[in-house]
Design a protein. Structure first.
Length: 593
């Protein structure tokens, strides 16, 4: 009896730890000619309000009905359709009135139901959560932290820094910068950073999706380990800055870094180890950045990743092709459909391309015509066959014959999603794509991998079968995903030889392995030995780039040595034991040059 009482008391306490908020469930309303109402919600039709209310109560039984609202997002009557405002056309579930709608004065504390990939999610303060409780806790924190307006008292003493902070963060407190899962904080950080860089006469930096993803994973990993990895990331990676701060004061973090950098410039004998990453923050060579935000308790972890491009002259330049479509009207005027709009003349398109791709030499800019329209006639050009030189001598676009298509870089996407494609791989800058093509030209000349294959006859036959005529250019395609697919194929051939079931490629393990490889590369391989000895479910090794195709055969030869009871070191034994274990069912490969 006492035990039951204690359990009941604890459960009641848990339910009272967060406040209930109104939950709005979307529905669409159609009014038939005779005045009958038909509601559509979650793919089901309801022919009365009462039927809809019963369905909603059944779907959300864990929320008191007085906090449930139905938001009629659109109202159709015949051929007329009206889209509702965000605060209008609501129906209360606990109301006995079966006609009309109510209007909410304030929707800031409203949780909305959204459907993402057929899964019900909960949206509050423009953040999406997988449970009503998490969305409610988010609103609790917004109400609690947004009361704090004293951040201005903690910013630095530098006058330019104070003025910049006020201009960027004016009236933007926790509720403002925590929107979209702190993406608003990231965008404002970028604006503030570029204003600080302007004071040092440095060019503005851009937000990189790749660095953003890397920084987010680091922040998430630190949050999961509850700050235990904080010191490791602070000391190991020269291209990352890691910090944590009280949640409502996150908007002063960049100002703190700016003040630390000013102090470093004034005192050259200060702690260089502590401020070496801050140099990259305001460096001439930093071109792209990424912010990772993760929240744990009342603290926010902020990870800042940066891309440093030293000595740009070491790269060989390659043609960059920008896709476009040409429309020629009957009166002879031409319109070009480019990456981000329609251009009424070739001159306006040319000016935009030269401005947008300023890091690319003008002589290497090409326009790739995907199709040409002549009035009502459409001609689709053959794949990669029609190229126009942007910076021609006569001022107009001039046809050019690109002899080697393998050394061509093509743009994909537009705006912030603009990527550069080389050998079917995607890169977030033109210079990175050039660097990759340099590596292809250099490493694809090496064809002697077969001389280093092991002595086992089955291993040699399997290697030739998998890697015949596939050298660096071949296996580095699709950002080295071709290498991963061939490794998997070769591994399963070896496992079949030992009567083991084949393994599958896991998307989750693949992404995690790529992140681990990126982290190790960022620390210049200083983490390699540590990662190889600490993580029991990870195999960490390195190989010369053109000889990466030999790695699986080398592991196979090591396993043969182990079966023959030959002495191999403990680290190698752990690697091959996991790789050829019956318990191993899924694998993921991550690699980086």
């Amino acid at each position: 009896m006492n035990l039951l009482f204690i359990v009941s008391l604890l459960i009641s306490f848990v339910f009272l730890t967060y406040e209930y908020y109104y939950l709005a469930i979307p529905a669409r309303l159609s009014i038939r000619p005779h005045g009958d109402e038909v509601f559509q919600s979650f793919g089901f039709l309801h022919y009365s309000r009462e039927d809809l209310k019963r369905s909603v109560k059944k779907r959300f039984p864990f929320i008191p009905s007085k906090y449930l609202l139905i938001h009629v997002t659109s109202l159709r009557c015949g051929i007329m359709c009206n889209v509702s405002a965000s605060n209008k056309n609501f129906i209360r579930l606990n109301s006995n009135v079966n006609y009309g709608f109510i209007t909410l004065k304030n929707t800031d504390d409203l949780i909305r139901v959204v459907t993402i990939k057929n899964k019900i999610m909960y949206k509050s303060n423009d953040c999406v959560f997988d449970s009503y409780q998490k969305a409610s806790e988010n609103l609790d924190e917004v109400k609690k932290y947004d009361k704090l307006k004293s951040q201005y008292k903690l910013i630095g003493k530098d006058e330019y820094g104070r003025e910049t902070w006020r201009s960027v963060w004016k009236n933007c407190f926790y509720k403002c910068f925590s929107k979209n899962n702190f993406y608003e904080l990231i965008l404002t950080f970028l604006v503030e950073l570029n204003k600080y860089r302007l004071s040092f006469l440095e060019n503005p930096v851009k937000l990189s999706a790749t660095l953003q993803y890397s920084a987010f994973n680091v922040a998430k990993q630190i949050a999961q380990e509850k700050f235990e990895l904080m010191s490791k990331f602070k000391s190991s990676s020269s291209n990352e800055i890691v910090s944590f701060i009280s949640a409502p004061f996150a908007n002063i973090q960049l100002n703190k870094w700016y003040e630390e950098y000013l102090l470093f410039r004034r005192k050259l004998n200060s702690n260089k180890e502590k401020t070496r990453n801050l140099i990259g923050l305001f460096s001439l060579h930093t071109t792209k950045v990424g912010f990772g935000i993760s929240k744990i308790g009342k603290y926010i972890i902020i990870v800042f990743s940066l891309l440093i491009s030293f000595v740009l002259q070491t790269y060989e330049y390659y043609y960059l092709a920008i896709p476009a479509r040409l429309l020629t009207h009957l009166n002879g005027t031409r319109h070009y459909f480019g990456l981000d709009g329609i251009y009424r003349s070739g001159e306006s398109l040319k000016r935009n391309l030269l401005r947008q791709f300023s890091t690319t030499p003008p002589d290497f800019l090409l326009l790739q015509l995907l199709s040409t329209h002549h009035g009502f006639i459409l001609n689709a050009t053959q794949h990669n066959n029609r190229f126009l030189k942007v910076n021609s001598d006569n001022g107009n676009f001039e046809d050019i014959n690109v002899e080697n298509r393998d050394e061509l870089i093509i743009t994909s996407g537009s705006g912030r999603q603009l990527m550069f494609v080389a050998n079917d791989g995607y890169y977030d800058s033109y210079l990175l794509a050039c660097e990759y093509l340099d590596n292809v030209k250099k490493y694809d000349k090496v064809k002697s991998q077969y001389k280093l294959v092991g002595k086992d006859e089955y291993g040699r036959e399997t290697w030739r079968r998998v890697w015949s005529n596939c050298h660096f250019k071949c296996f580095s395609a699709m950002n080295f995903f071709e290498l991963i697919l061939r490794w998997l194929k070769e591994l399963n051939f070896y496992r079949r030889y030992f009567s083991l079931l084949p393994v599958e490629l896991s998307n989750y393990l693949h992404h995690y392995a790529c992140f681990a490889a990126s982290s190790i590369a960022g620390s210049n391989l200083r983490l390699l030995h540590r990662a190889a000895s600490v993580f029991s479910k990870e195999i960490v090794t390195k190989a010369s780039a053109p000889f990466a195709s030999l790695k699986m055969n080398q592991l196979y030869e090591l396993f043969l040595s182990l079966k023959r009871r030959r002495h191999i070191n403990k680290e190698s034994k752990k690697i091959v034991t996991v790789l050829f274990s019956r318990k191993t069912t899924r694998v993921g490969f991550g690699n980086i040059v």
